[in-house]
Unconditional design. Structure first.
Length: 656
């Protein structure tokens, strides 16, 4: 047996927390007294039934019966379902299994008839409890899983914890210890403080089942440290578990002590299942040492078992189960018949609609034939007009291309002119140096010859450097001009943007020497190469930059004090919230902005704000189509009088 000092300490710990359950009951009674609605009163009485079920079954039944009567009076099916279900739970604990199962089935029927899917979990819970009491564990597990699925669908953490705990105990009974461990630990994670004592007990039962009495006893002691002394049901269960553990360890006296305490806690609340199990264990433990006590507990177990599993009760249960199965089957047949009827109605409806449509088509067919003749003439006229429009459009597109080509050509000429100037200048210097070298050779002044030769060599290196620079510019332009296949290629978007920025600027400077603007760049070096058609995207960038230079130049002509025309280009990589990755190229200016009244028109073909002869109105339209063809998007943000920002959004496609 346990040492007296430990028992005294245990009693002290239990007493120090024994008021928690009473506090809960008192709080619920107070909330019931101030409830302002009948539905609120029903739900509070159901909560009182649940809180009192392990303390005072009679009081629990009193509140559940009052809740049921009021729920039926006010036609509150949710309250009726819960009152019936929790009454079923109390009756299951006290051994009235036929009535418990009857009330749970009634609650299930009400929930189904009122389509209260969320409330169906309560009948499932308590039907499973009856099957567990009958040791029909497969059916108990089936109903437990159904209740857990409903709790998960509604994110009901409290119910998820309770149902996980219940499934854990069922898997212990069936010897499926891995499943039991999974559900009990899940219940522990989800549980609140007041729900943990029973989980600790079942974890102890699991360890005992695994053959680990030390860890099992640690869990049982946790329960005893936190359990409410008024909770007879929980105390009876944990005492029974400890008694069984001591029996396995052949500690008869300790087993008898805790089994007797289990009986003592179970009797005040008519917990017949625990009385039977504890009395049977006591009969076995007393048999070798006290035959009189062994017989007394054997008789108690037998008498209690007969009251719980009498022939009449078993027959009533079998009849109810059969009736419920027949009701469920009938409901399935009715549902199937209703669905078949719906299918027939749908078929007839489709047939009627089909006939109506056929009649309409027949009636319209004549009118269609008459309209076709008229349409044929109109089509010929439209075709002629369309051909003329296409011809005009081709000419305008060609004009737009030539305008872009002119800007590129001017920029390229400027880019190539600089290295060519260096090549010409150094070549002339070398010519003079070589002439000077010949003079020094004739004089025999070889030290001076060596100095001149070194200068010639240095100049030749500079000529080679600037020649290669010009060659690279030409090759780059040829490379871009040859990409007319429409195939995407890995391209350095930063280099492409920078190149077209310089070409656009120099192209405009070539046309107008007075033009000047500040250029700002901000390139994201982490982008790397992306798969695009460089020729097309370069054309878009060139168009946006050229427009930006145009608007800042126009604003600078207004001689605004302190105004500095500025065009900026930036690239960045963004990660949208819904996944994926995009590359953004932004071209912004501090020009006059775009008026709101024309903002919706700027991407329309042939729309332009430039003076006649200075724009085709196709630049932004073609740019929009090119970006869309790349799976991207062209956006604009503007503020009238302050400037605009055009953004090219392209999907990021890594080089394969």
């Amino acid at each position: 047996m346990m040492k007296p000092s430990f028992l005294i300490l245990l009693c002290f710990l239990s007493c120090s927390i024994s008021f928690s359950q009473n506090k809960t009951v008192d709080r619920l009674k107070y909330e019931l007294s101030i409830a302002t609605t009948d539905t609120g009163r029903v739900l509070k009485m159901v909560s009182l039934c649940n809180s009192l079920s392990g303390i005072n079954p009679d009081s629990a039944l009193y509140y559940s019966e009052k809740a049921l009567a009021l729920a039926r009076k006010i036609k509150f099916p949710t309250g009726e379902i819960r009152a019936l279900s929790f009454t079923s739970g109390v009756l299951t604990n006290t051994g009235n299994l036929p009535k418990a199962l009857s009330m749970a089935f009634e609650a299930l029927q009400i929930a189904e008839e009122n389509k209260l899917d969320k409330e169906i979990k309560w009948p499932f819970v308590f039907i499973g409890s009856v099957y567990k009491a009958l040791k029909d564990f497969p059916k108990a597990i089936d109903f437990g899983k159904k209740a857990l699925q409903i709790a998960e669908a509604n994110s009901d953490t409290g119910s998820m914890s309770i149902e996980s705990r219940s499934l854990g105990t069922l898997y212990i009974e069936t010897g499926q210890l891995d499943s039991a461990s999974f559900f009990l630990n899940r219940a522990l994670v989800l549980s609140r403080e007041n729900g943990r004592p029973s989980i600790f007990q079942y974890l102890g039962d699991l360890e005992a089942k695994k053959g680990d009495p030390i860890h099992a006893m640690e869990y049982y002691q946790k329960v005893l440290n936190i359990i409410d002394t008024n909770n007879h049901r929980a105390l009876s269960q944990v005492y029974m578990s400890i008694a069984n553990l001591y029996k396995k360890e052949n500690k008869r006296d300790s087993g008898i002590y805790y089994a007797e305490r289990a009986v003592a806690e179970a009797q005040p609340i008519y917990l017949k299942k625990n009385i039977i199990e504890a009395s049977t264990l006591l009969s076995e433990l007393y048999e070798p040492v006290n035959s009189k006590e062994s017989y007394r507990y054997y008789k108690l177990a037998t008498t209690t078992k007969e009251s719980l599993f009498g022939a009449g009760d078993i027959q009533s249960l079998q009849i109810m189960i059969a009736q419920e199965e027949e009701r469920q089957n009938e409901a399935k047949r009715a549902k199937a018949a209703f669905q078949n009827q719906l299918k027939q109605y749908a078929l007839f409806t489709v047939l009627a609609v089909f006939l109506l449509i056929a009649f309409i088509f027949y009636r319209n067919n004549k009118k269609q034939k008459e309209a076709n003749t008229l349409l044929r003439h109109q089509k010929d006229e439209i075709q002629i007009t369309l051909t003329q429009l296409k011809s005009t459009q081709s000419q305008l597109i060609q004009s737009e291309k030539m305008a872009s080509l002119g800007e590129l050509t001017a920029g390229i000429a400027h880019e190539i002119q600089n290295p060519l100037n260096f090549v010409n200048n150094f070549s002339e210097v070398n010519k003079e140096l070589l002439a000077e070298m010949n003079v020094e050779i004739e004089k025999g002044n070889y030290d001076e010859v060596k100095i001149i030769a070194k200068d010639v060599t240095d100049n030749e290196e500079k000529i080679i450097h600037h020649g290669k620079r010009a060659d690279a510019i030409v090759k780059g332009m040829l490379q871009h001009s040859s990409r007319g296949s429409g195939k995407k290629e890995p391209t350095d978007i930063n280099a492409l943007a920078d190149e077209y920025l310089r070409l656009a600027y120099h192209g405009l400077r070539a046309k107008d020497k007075s033009f000047n603007a500040t250029m700002k760049t901000d390139y994201d070096e982490s982008i790397g190469n992306i798969n695009i058609i460089p020729q097309d995207i370069g054309r878009v960038i060139l168009n946006l930059i050229t427009n930006a230079f145009y608007v800042v130049n126009e604003k600078s002509k207004q001689n605004i004090a302190g105004y500095e025309p500025t065009v900026s280009i930036a690239t960045s990589s963004i990660q949208p919230p819904l996944g994926g990755r995009s590359i953004t190229i932004k071209v912004s200016d501090n020009g006059g902005g775009i008026p709101q009244k024309i903002l919706d028109k700027i991407f329309q073909p042939f729309f332009t704000t430039k003076p006649t002869g200075q724009g085709t109105g196709l630049g932004l339209s073609l740019s929009y189509d090119i970006v869309k063809a790349h799976g991207g998007e062209l956006r604009v943000e503007t503020k009238e009088g302050e400037g605009s920002e055009f953004s090219i959004l392209l999907p990021y496609q890594e080089q394969i």
